[in-house]
Design a protein around this ligand. Sequence first.
Ligand SMILES: [Zn+2]
Length: 229
Amino acid sequence: MSSPKREKVTCPACKTLIDRWCWRTIDLRRHPEAYEKLKTGAYFKTLCPSCGREVYEEYSMVCYDKLSGAFIQFVAGTDLEPFFYLDELLEEGQRLSKVNDREDFAEKVHILQNGRDDRIVEMCKFWTLRQFFMRISGFDLKRQYYSDEGGKELIVFENAAGERATANFPKNLYRLFDAAYRDVLKRVKAKYDEYDTEWADGFIREHLDLLEHAAEELKQKGETNGNEE
Ligand SMILES: [Zn+2]
């Protein structure tokens, strides 16, 4: 179900009350074109019919892909109400990722668009972060995020000055975490809702035995897990 509703927003320049369409829920299977708009924040922009100014105002929304079971909830400020009980509606195998930050929302959408599980990507980010600081010191990290450039998946490190360093997305590590945690992640469904690198750190520590077991199994199958292609 993804039907937009008419809602009001006030133009900050001329105070005109603007009637705009708000997409509170988006089914990404039915609306694959929404991915790009979600990433750019286009849903939050309206043109004021009186003064022509572009008005930007965020609102809470949920986008989902039922086939992969991923629900991403963006909470704009204190605009919680529409989806307060969403966690309780989740079915087996479905997961909900909540984010409050527009950039984090765009990142999660990007991960889903590329067919990856954001929880496992967070684990890869956590791992890559440790590797990064082992090699580079004095980088005042402000943000670390998943991206891709020219079809190549990356982990980006950004400092306060907006300078960037990148690492290849660790595909073999993703495969390893996926093999180790796929089953247990299905079972925990709504136990957690904010998946970030801090969560990934705790989760890996809590389930180290599964990781060792999966690494052993992959090794026996003759797959490497240290070197990236
Ligand atoms: Zn205006």
